[in-house]
Design a protein around this ligand. Structure first.
Ligand code: AMP
Ligand code: GLY
Length: 454
Protein backbone atom coordinates (compact mmCIF):
# COMPACT_ATOMS: atom_id res chain seq x y z
CA UNK A 1 0.00 0.00 0.00
CA UNK A 2 0.95 3.66 -0.29
CA UNK A 3 1.03 5.53 3.02
CA UNK A 4 0.87 9.24 3.76
CA UNK A 5 2.44 10.55 6.96
CA UNK A 6 1.32 13.97 8.16
CA UNK A 7 3.74 16.15 10.12
CA UNK A 8 7.24 17.60 10.03
CA UNK A 9 9.09 16.58 13.19
CA UNK A 10 11.57 13.88 14.14
CA UNK A 11 8.57 11.83 15.28
CA UNK A 12 7.23 11.88 11.72
CA UNK A 13 10.67 11.09 10.26
CA UNK A 14 10.77 8.06 12.58
CA UNK A 15 7.22 7.02 11.63
CA UNK A 16 7.98 7.31 7.91
CA UNK A 17 11.28 5.47 8.38
CA UNK A 18 9.57 2.60 10.22
CA UNK A 19 6.67 2.39 7.77
CA UNK A 20 9.05 2.39 4.80
CA UNK A 21 10.65 -0.75 6.27
CA UNK A 22 7.31 -2.61 6.27
CA UNK A 23 6.69 -5.36 3.76
CA UNK A 24 3.13 -4.20 3.18
CA UNK A 25 4.25 -0.69 2.23
CA UNK A 26 5.17 0.16 -1.36
CA UNK A 27 5.73 3.86 -0.95
CA UNK A 28 5.65 6.45 1.83
CA UNK A 29 4.87 10.10 1.24
CA UNK A 30 5.01 12.84 3.83
CA UNK A 31 3.30 16.22 4.18
CA UNK A 32 5.11 18.50 4.70
CA UNK A 33 8.15 16.59 6.05
CA UNK A 34 11.49 18.30 6.63
CA UNK A 35 15.01 18.49 5.23
CA UNK A 36 15.80 14.92 6.24
CA UNK A 37 12.61 13.09 5.38
CA UNK A 38 13.52 12.89 1.69
CA UNK A 39 15.66 9.91 2.82
CA UNK A 40 12.50 7.94 3.63
CA UNK A 41 9.58 9.53 1.83
CA UNK A 42 8.73 11.75 -1.07
CA UNK A 43 7.24 14.96 0.25
CA UNK A 44 3.89 16.33 -0.81
CA UNK A 45 4.24 20.00 -1.59
CA UNK A 46 1.54 22.57 -1.11
CA UNK A 47 -0.83 20.56 1.05
CA UNK A 48 -2.33 22.52 3.94
CA UNK A 49 -2.36 19.85 6.65
CA UNK A 50 -4.56 22.06 8.83
CA UNK A 51 -7.34 21.95 6.21
CA UNK A 52 -9.23 18.66 6.66
CA UNK A 53 -10.95 18.77 3.28
CA UNK A 54 -7.76 19.56 1.40
CA UNK A 55 -6.12 16.57 3.08
CA UNK A 56 -9.10 14.30 2.32
CA UNK A 57 -9.25 15.39 -1.34
CA UNK A 58 -5.54 14.77 -1.78
CA UNK A 59 -5.69 11.39 -0.01
CA UNK A 60 -8.67 10.15 -2.03
CA UNK A 61 -7.07 11.25 -5.29
CA UNK A 62 -3.78 9.51 -4.44
CA UNK A 63 -5.60 6.37 -3.20
CA UNK A 64 -3.48 5.96 -0.09
CA UNK A 65 -4.05 2.70 1.73
CA UNK A 66 -3.41 4.50 5.02
CA UNK A 67 -2.90 8.02 6.35
CA UNK A 68 -0.94 8.36 9.61
CA UNK A 69 -1.38 11.66 11.43
CA UNK A 70 1.60 12.57 13.63
CA UNK A 71 0.80 15.84 15.45
CA UNK A 72 -2.22 16.92 17.42
CA UNK A 73 -3.16 20.12 15.59
CA UNK A 74 -4.50 18.46 12.41
CA UNK A 75 -6.43 15.97 14.59
CA UNK A 76 -8.04 18.79 16.59
CA UNK A 77 -8.90 20.45 13.26
CA UNK A 78 -10.81 17.33 12.13
CA UNK A 79 -8.42 15.80 9.59
CA UNK A 80 -9.35 12.25 10.68
CA UNK A 81 -13.08 13.06 10.41
CA UNK A 82 -12.65 14.28 6.82
CA UNK A 83 -10.56 11.24 5.87
CA UNK A 84 -13.19 8.90 7.35
CA UNK A 85 -15.88 10.65 5.32
CA UNK A 86 -13.73 10.19 2.22
CA UNK A 87 -13.34 6.49 3.15
CA UNK A 88 -9.57 6.71 3.42
CA UNK A 89 -8.23 4.54 6.28
CA UNK A 90 -6.77 6.91 8.85
CA UNK A 91 -4.63 6.31 11.93
CA UNK A 92 -5.59 9.08 14.35
CA UNK A 93 -8.71 10.03 16.32
CA UNK A 94 -11.59 12.20 15.21
CA UNK A 95 -11.83 15.75 16.44
CA UNK A 96 -14.33 14.72 19.12
CA UNK A 97 -12.09 11.90 20.39
CA UNK A 98 -8.97 14.08 20.21
CA UNK A 99 -10.58 16.28 22.87
CA UNK A 100 -8.93 13.90 25.33
CA UNK A 101 -5.85 15.98 24.49
CA UNK A 102 -7.27 19.29 23.27
CA UNK A 103 -9.48 19.90 26.33
CA UNK A 104 -8.06 19.20 29.75
CA UNK A 105 -11.50 19.74 31.31
CA UNK A 106 -13.03 17.13 29.01
CA UNK A 107 -10.18 14.69 29.71
CA UNK A 108 -10.63 15.15 33.45
CA UNK A 109 -14.38 14.63 33.22
CA UNK A 110 -13.95 11.45 31.17
CA UNK A 111 -11.32 10.12 33.57
CA UNK A 112 -13.62 10.73 36.52
CA UNK A 113 -16.57 9.10 34.77
CA UNK A 114 -14.43 6.11 33.74
CA UNK A 115 -12.85 5.69 37.17
CA UNK A 116 -9.32 6.29 35.87
CA UNK A 117 -7.01 7.28 38.74
CA UNK A 118 -6.13 10.98 38.40
CA UNK A 119 -5.55 14.04 40.56
CA UNK A 120 -8.68 15.63 42.00
CA UNK A 121 -9.53 18.94 40.40
CA UNK A 122 -12.09 21.69 40.04
CA UNK A 123 -13.00 23.71 36.92
CA UNK A 124 -13.59 27.47 36.83
CA UNK A 125 -14.71 30.08 34.32
CA UNK A 126 -14.72 32.90 36.88
CA UNK A 127 -11.29 34.22 37.95
CA UNK A 128 -12.57 35.30 41.38
CA UNK A 129 -14.06 31.90 42.11
CA UNK A 130 -10.78 30.27 41.07
CA UNK A 131 -8.77 32.61 43.32
CA UNK A 132 -11.16 31.93 46.16
CA UNK A 133 -10.74 28.19 45.74
CA UNK A 134 -6.97 28.53 45.54
CA UNK A 135 -6.86 30.56 48.75
CA UNK A 136 -8.79 27.85 50.54
CA UNK A 137 -7.12 24.82 48.96
CA UNK A 138 -3.49 25.78 48.39
CA UNK A 139 -1.18 25.69 51.36
CA UNK A 140 2.60 25.66 51.58
CA UNK A 141 2.46 21.87 51.92
CA UNK A 142 -0.32 21.22 49.45
CA UNK A 143 0.37 23.10 46.25
CA UNK A 144 -2.02 23.28 43.31
CA UNK A 145 -1.44 22.90 39.60
CA UNK A 146 -3.10 25.45 37.33
CA UNK A 147 -4.13 24.21 33.88
CA UNK A 148 -5.63 26.26 31.07
CA UNK A 149 -8.32 24.41 29.14
CA UNK A 150 -7.50 26.36 25.98
CA UNK A 151 -4.54 25.89 23.65
CA UNK A 152 -1.88 27.92 25.41
CA UNK A 153 1.10 26.97 23.22
CA UNK A 154 2.76 24.81 25.86
CA UNK A 155 2.45 27.51 28.52
CA UNK A 156 -0.91 26.40 29.89
CA UNK A 157 0.28 24.37 32.88
CA UNK A 158 1.80 26.00 35.96
CA UNK A 159 2.92 23.79 38.81
CA UNK A 160 2.68 26.22 41.71
CA UNK A 161 5.51 26.06 44.22
CA UNK A 162 3.64 28.32 46.67
CA UNK A 163 0.11 29.75 47.13
CA UNK A 164 1.37 33.09 45.76
CA UNK A 165 2.64 31.49 42.60
CA UNK A 166 -0.65 29.69 42.13
CA UNK A 167 -2.65 32.90 42.47
CA UNK A 168 -0.33 34.73 40.08
CA UNK A 169 -0.73 31.92 37.53
CA UNK A 170 -4.52 32.10 37.77
CA UNK A 171 -4.47 35.87 37.15
CA UNK A 172 -1.96 35.63 34.29
CA UNK A 173 -3.75 32.83 32.48
CA UNK A 174 -7.21 34.38 32.78
CA UNK A 175 -5.87 37.81 31.73
CA UNK A 176 -5.03 36.63 28.24
CA UNK A 177 -8.23 34.85 27.31
CA UNK A 178 -11.86 35.55 26.37
CA UNK A 179 -14.61 35.21 29.01
CA UNK A 180 -16.03 31.72 29.33
CA UNK A 181 -12.69 29.95 29.01
CA UNK A 182 -12.15 27.20 31.56
CA UNK A 183 -9.30 26.80 34.01
CA UNK A 184 -8.56 23.71 36.09
CA UNK A 185 -7.11 23.75 39.58
CA UNK A 186 -5.67 20.38 40.36
CA UNK A 187 -4.12 18.67 43.34
CA UNK A 188 -0.34 18.48 42.94
CA UNK A 189 1.01 14.94 42.84
CA UNK A 190 4.59 13.87 43.36
CA UNK A 191 6.38 10.96 41.82
CA UNK A 192 8.34 9.90 38.80
CA UNK A 193 6.70 10.32 35.38
CA UNK A 194 6.41 7.87 32.51
CA UNK A 195 4.73 8.02 29.10
CA UNK A 196 2.62 4.94 28.34
CA UNK A 197 1.38 4.18 24.83
CA UNK A 198 -1.40 1.89 23.64
CA UNK A 199 -3.10 1.34 20.32
CA UNK A 200 -6.81 1.92 20.81
CA UNK A 201 -9.65 1.19 18.41
CA UNK A 202 -13.07 1.56 19.96
CA UNK A 203 -13.00 -0.83 22.92
CA UNK A 204 -9.96 -2.71 21.61
CA UNK A 205 -6.76 -1.83 23.48
CA UNK A 206 -3.34 -3.23 22.60
CA UNK A 207 -0.42 -1.98 24.71
CA UNK A 208 2.64 -0.74 22.86
CA UNK A 209 5.37 0.48 25.18
CA UNK A 210 6.42 2.82 27.94
CA UNK A 211 9.12 5.49 27.63
CA UNK A 212 10.52 8.32 29.71
CA UNK A 213 11.03 11.77 28.30
CA UNK A 214 12.92 14.83 29.50
CA UNK A 215 10.86 18.00 29.30
CA UNK A 216 13.25 20.57 30.80
CA UNK A 217 15.97 22.14 28.71
CA UNK A 218 18.82 21.67 31.15
CA UNK A 219 20.62 18.78 32.81
CA UNK A 220 19.15 17.69 36.13
CA UNK A 221 15.69 18.91 35.04
CA UNK A 222 16.54 22.59 35.19
CA UNK A 223 15.61 25.46 32.90
CA UNK A 224 12.47 26.07 30.86
CA UNK A 225 9.99 23.47 29.65
CA UNK A 226 10.47 22.28 26.10
CA UNK A 227 8.74 19.97 23.65
CA UNK A 228 11.10 17.26 24.89
CA UNK A 229 14.89 16.98 24.94
CA UNK A 230 15.37 13.23 25.07
CA UNK A 231 13.79 9.88 25.84
CA UNK A 232 14.55 6.26 26.50
CA UNK A 233 12.80 2.90 26.32
CA UNK A 234 12.19 0.42 27.77
CA UNK A 235 11.71 1.78 31.28
CA UNK A 236 13.25 -0.72 33.73
CA UNK A 237 10.86 0.18 36.57
CA UNK A 238 7.77 0.20 34.33
CA UNK A 239 7.95 -3.26 32.84
CA UNK A 240 5.51 -5.31 30.76
CA UNK A 241 3.50 -6.32 33.85
CA UNK A 242 2.99 -2.68 34.79
CA UNK A 243 2.08 -1.78 31.21
CA UNK A 244 -0.50 -4.60 31.21
CA UNK A 245 -1.91 -3.41 34.51
CA UNK A 246 -2.25 0.14 33.16
CA UNK A 247 -4.27 -1.31 30.28
CA UNK A 248 -6.79 -2.51 32.86
CA UNK A 249 -6.78 0.54 35.10
CA UNK A 250 -6.38 3.32 32.52
CA UNK A 251 -6.75 2.44 28.85
CA UNK A 252 -9.67 0.03 28.83
CA UNK A 253 -11.92 2.15 31.05
CA UNK A 254 -11.29 5.33 29.05
CA UNK A 255 -11.69 3.52 25.71
CA UNK A 256 -14.98 2.05 26.92
CA UNK A 257 -16.19 5.47 28.10
CA UNK A 258 -15.34 7.09 24.76
CA UNK A 259 -17.06 4.30 22.81
CA UNK A 260 -20.17 4.51 25.01
CA UNK A 261 -20.34 8.26 24.36
CA UNK A 262 -20.30 7.59 20.60
CA UNK A 263 -16.91 9.20 20.23
CA UNK A 264 -14.85 6.02 19.88
CA UNK A 265 -11.11 6.60 20.03
CA UNK A 266 -8.98 5.27 17.18
CA UNK A 267 -5.25 5.83 17.17
CA UNK A 268 -2.42 5.79 19.63
CA UNK A 269 -3.37 6.98 23.09
CA UNK A 270 -0.54 8.42 25.16
CA UNK A 271 -1.09 8.55 28.90
CA UNK A 272 1.22 10.81 30.88
CA UNK A 273 1.42 8.80 34.09
CA UNK A 274 2.92 9.73 37.45
CA UNK A 275 3.83 6.98 39.91
CA UNK A 276 2.61 8.09 43.31
CA UNK A 277 2.73 6.20 46.60
CA UNK A 278 -0.96 5.40 45.87
CA UNK A 279 -0.06 3.85 42.50
CA UNK A 280 -0.01 5.16 38.90
CA UNK A 281 -2.21 8.20 38.19
CA UNK A 282 -2.88 9.97 34.88
CA UNK A 283 -1.67 13.56 34.49
CA UNK A 284 -2.81 13.97 30.92
CA UNK A 285 -3.80 12.17 27.75
CA UNK A 286 -2.37 12.93 24.34
CA UNK A 287 -3.99 11.84 21.11
CA UNK A 288 -0.74 11.01 19.33
CA UNK A 289 2.73 9.57 19.75
CA UNK A 290 5.07 11.55 21.99
CA UNK A 291 8.00 13.38 20.47
CA UNK A 292 10.77 12.27 21.24
CA UNK A 293 9.20 9.09 22.70
CA UNK A 294 8.20 7.82 19.23
CA UNK A 295 11.81 7.96 18.10
CA UNK A 296 12.84 5.45 20.81
CA UNK A 297 9.75 3.24 20.68
CA UNK A 298 9.45 2.64 16.95
CA UNK A 299 12.91 1.08 16.43
CA UNK A 300 12.01 -1.43 19.17
CA UNK A 301 8.98 -2.82 17.34
CA UNK A 302 9.16 -5.91 15.18
CA UNK A 303 6.67 -6.79 12.47
CA UNK A 304 4.55 -4.76 10.11
CA UNK A 305 3.60 -1.42 11.60
CA UNK A 306 1.40 -0.32 8.69
CA UNK A 307 -0.77 -3.44 9.03
CA UNK A 308 -1.18 -2.83 12.76
CA UNK A 309 -2.16 0.80 12.19
CA UNK A 310 -4.58 -0.28 9.49
CA UNK A 311 -6.04 -2.68 12.05
CA UNK A 312 -6.57 0.30 14.37
CA UNK A 313 -8.31 2.23 11.59
CA UNK A 314 -10.62 -0.74 10.93
CA UNK A 315 -11.13 -1.94 14.51
CA UNK A 316 -9.51 -5.34 13.89
CA UNK A 317 -7.91 -6.67 17.07
CA UNK A 318 -6.40 -9.68 15.32
CA UNK A 319 -4.64 -7.46 12.80
CA UNK A 320 -3.25 -5.21 15.51
CA UNK A 321 -2.03 -8.00 17.78
CA UNK A 322 -0.82 -10.25 15.01
CA UNK A 323 1.32 -7.66 13.25
CA UNK A 324 3.60 -6.33 15.97
CA UNK A 325 5.98 -7.72 18.51
CA UNK A 326 8.71 -6.38 20.77
CA UNK A 327 12.34 -6.36 19.75
CA UNK A 328 15.15 -6.98 22.22
CA UNK A 329 17.35 -4.16 23.36
CA UNK A 330 16.95 -0.54 24.29
CA UNK A 331 16.91 2.88 22.67
CA UNK A 332 18.07 6.27 23.92
CA UNK A 333 17.15 9.42 22.02
CA UNK A 334 18.96 12.74 22.46
CA UNK A 335 17.53 15.89 20.91
CA UNK A 336 19.81 18.53 19.45
CA UNK A 337 18.08 21.91 19.65
CA UNK A 338 18.95 25.30 18.22
CA UNK A 339 20.67 28.10 20.09
CA UNK A 340 17.99 30.16 21.85
CA UNK A 341 15.49 27.27 22.01
CA UNK A 342 12.78 27.25 23.33
CA UNK A 343 12.18 31.02 23.50
CA UNK A 344 13.85 32.33 20.37
CA UNK A 345 15.54 29.61 18.32
CA UNK A 346 18.20 30.77 15.90
CA UNK A 347 17.66 29.21 12.47
CA UNK A 348 19.58 29.06 9.21
CA UNK A 349 22.75 27.57 10.69
CA UNK A 350 24.85 24.97 8.92
CA UNK A 351 24.36 21.39 10.14
CA UNK A 352 26.98 18.70 9.69
CA UNK A 353 27.39 15.11 10.79
CA UNK A 354 23.67 14.47 10.73
CA UNK A 355 22.90 12.23 7.76
CA UNK A 356 19.18 11.44 7.99
CA UNK A 357 18.35 7.76 8.42
CA UNK A 358 16.97 5.95 5.40
CA UNK A 359 14.91 2.72 5.40
CA UNK A 360 18.13 0.73 4.89
CA UNK A 361 19.46 2.02 8.22
CA UNK A 362 18.75 -0.21 11.19
CA UNK A 363 21.98 -0.15 13.11
CA UNK A 364 23.18 1.20 16.43
CA UNK A 365 22.69 4.85 15.47
CA UNK A 366 19.73 6.53 13.83
CA UNK A 367 19.30 10.19 13.00
CA UNK A 368 15.82 11.65 12.69
CA UNK A 369 15.49 15.20 11.42
CA UNK A 370 13.04 17.84 12.70
CA UNK A 371 13.81 21.53 12.16
CA UNK A 372 16.03 21.15 9.10
CA UNK A 373 15.92 22.07 5.45
CA UNK A 374 18.01 21.04 2.49
CA UNK A 375 20.31 23.76 1.21
CA UNK A 376 21.01 24.29 -2.50
CA UNK A 377 24.56 22.96 -1.93
CA UNK A 378 23.09 19.61 -0.83
CA UNK A 379 23.87 20.15 2.87
CA UNK A 380 21.44 20.81 5.68
CA UNK A 381 20.52 24.01 7.52
CA UNK A 382 18.66 24.35 10.80
CA UNK A 383 15.13 25.72 10.42
CA UNK A 384 13.44 25.17 13.78
CA UNK A 385 13.77 24.85 17.54
CA UNK A 386 14.34 21.13 17.89
CA UNK A 387 16.69 20.31 15.03
CA UNK A 388 17.05 16.52 15.24
CA UNK A 389 17.04 13.44 17.44
CA UNK A 390 19.94 11.01 17.56
CA UNK A 391 18.73 7.57 18.58
CA UNK A 392 21.19 5.01 19.86
CA UNK A 393 20.18 1.37 19.99
CA UNK A 394 21.92 -1.36 21.91
CA UNK A 395 21.58 -4.53 23.92
CA UNK A 396 21.31 -2.42 27.09
CA UNK A 397 20.35 1.16 27.94
CA UNK A 398 24.00 1.80 28.63
CA UNK A 399 25.06 0.70 25.12
CA UNK A 400 22.18 2.62 23.58
CA UNK A 401 23.17 5.72 25.51
CA UNK A 402 26.79 5.51 24.38
CA UNK A 403 25.65 5.18 20.78
CA UNK A 404 23.31 8.17 20.96
CA UNK A 405 26.00 10.41 22.45
CA UNK A 406 28.47 9.26 19.80
CA UNK A 407 25.98 10.63 17.29
CA UNK A 408 25.72 13.91 19.20
CA UNK A 409 29.51 14.19 19.41
CA UNK A 410 29.81 13.85 15.65
CA UNK A 411 27.22 16.54 14.94
CA UNK A 412 28.17 20.13 14.28
CA UNK A 413 25.61 22.90 14.77
CA UNK A 414 26.81 26.28 16.00
CA UNK A 415 25.13 27.07 19.34
CA UNK A 416 23.40 23.68 19.38
CA UNK A 417 22.04 22.54 22.76
CA UNK A 418 21.48 19.06 24.14
CA UNK A 419 21.09 17.39 27.50
CA UNK A 420 24.01 15.31 28.68
CA UNK A 421 22.01 13.27 31.19
CA UNK A 422 19.45 11.40 29.10
CA UNK A 423 18.95 7.94 30.63
CA UNK A 424 21.80 8.61 33.09
CA UNK A 425 19.56 8.01 36.09
CA UNK A 426 18.78 4.51 34.83
CA UNK A 427 22.46 3.65 34.79
CA UNK A 428 22.75 4.82 38.39
CA UNK A 429 20.43 1.94 39.24
CA UNK A 430 23.19 -0.48 38.20
CA UNK A 431 25.36 0.97 40.92
CA UNK A 432 22.80 0.81 43.74
CA UNK A 433 23.21 -1.93 46.35
CA UNK A 434 21.62 -5.12 45.04
CA UNK A 435 18.45 -5.03 47.14
CA UNK A 436 17.64 -1.44 46.34
CA UNK A 437 18.36 -1.99 42.67
CA UNK A 438 16.10 -5.03 42.61
CA UNK A 439 13.21 -3.18 44.18
CA UNK A 440 13.52 -0.28 41.77
CA UNK A 441 13.91 -2.50 38.74
CA UNK A 442 11.24 -5.02 39.61
CA UNK A 443 8.83 -2.69 41.34
CA UNK A 444 8.57 -4.79 44.50
CA UNK A 445 8.29 -1.60 46.56
CA UNK A 446 5.67 0.76 45.30
CA UNK A 447 6.52 3.54 47.71
CA UNK A 448 10.03 3.65 46.42
CA UNK A 449 8.67 4.33 42.94
CA UNK A 450 7.26 7.58 44.22
CA UNK A 451 10.80 8.91 44.38
CA UNK A 452 12.89 9.84 41.41
CA UNK A 453 15.25 6.92 40.84
CA UNK A 454 18.95 7.67 40.68
P1 AMP B 1 0.29 18.21 31.42
O1 AMP B 1 0.37 18.99 30.16
O2 AMP B 1 -1.06 18.18 32.04
O3 AMP B 1 0.93 16.85 31.34
O4 AMP B 1 1.29 18.96 32.42
C1 AMP B 1 2.63 19.18 32.07
C2 AMP B 1 3.55 18.77 33.19
O5 AMP B 1 3.15 19.42 34.41
C3 AMP B 1 3.49 17.28 33.52
O6 AMP B 1 4.33 16.53 32.71
C4 AMP B 1 3.91 17.27 34.96
O7 AMP B 1 5.32 17.34 35.08
C5 AMP B 1 3.32 18.55 35.50
N1 AMP B 1 2.01 18.27 36.12
C6 AMP B 1 0.79 18.29 35.52
N2 AMP B 1 -0.19 17.97 36.39
C7 AMP B 1 0.40 17.73 37.57
C8 AMP B 1 -0.07 17.36 38.87
N3 AMP B 1 -1.37 17.17 39.13
N4 AMP B 1 0.84 17.21 39.85
C9 AMP B 1 2.16 17.40 39.62
N5 AMP B 1 2.66 17.75 38.43
C10 AMP B 1 1.81 17.92 37.41
N1 GLY C 1 7.25 14.31 24.77
C1 GLY C 1 6.08 14.97 25.18
C2 GLY C 1 5.08 15.15 24.13
O1 GLY C 1 5.19 14.68 23.02
O2 GLY C 1 4.06 15.78 24.41
Amino acid sequence: MDVLVIGSGAREHALAWRLARDESVRRVRIAPGNGGTAAVAESVDDLDIGDPYAVARHAARERYGLVVVGPETPLAAGVADALELARVPVFGPTRAAARLESSKAFAKQQMQRAGVPTASSATFTDPDAALDHARRAATEERALVVKADWLAAGKGVVVGESPDETEAAIRDLFAGVAPGARLLLEERLTGVEVSVFALVSGEVVVPLAAACDYKRLGDGDTGPNTGGMGAYAPVPWFDQARIESSVESIFEPIAWRMARDETPYRGVLYAGVILTPQGPMVLEFNARFGDPEAQVILPLLDGDLATALLGVAGGDRGMIEGSLGPRDGACVGVVVAAEGYPDAPVTGRELDGADPSSPADDGWLLCFHAGTRRAPDGGYRSSGGRVLTFVGRGASLSDARDAAYEGVAGCRLEGGQHRADVAARELEVDRLPDDAAASVLHGSDRTQLGDEPG
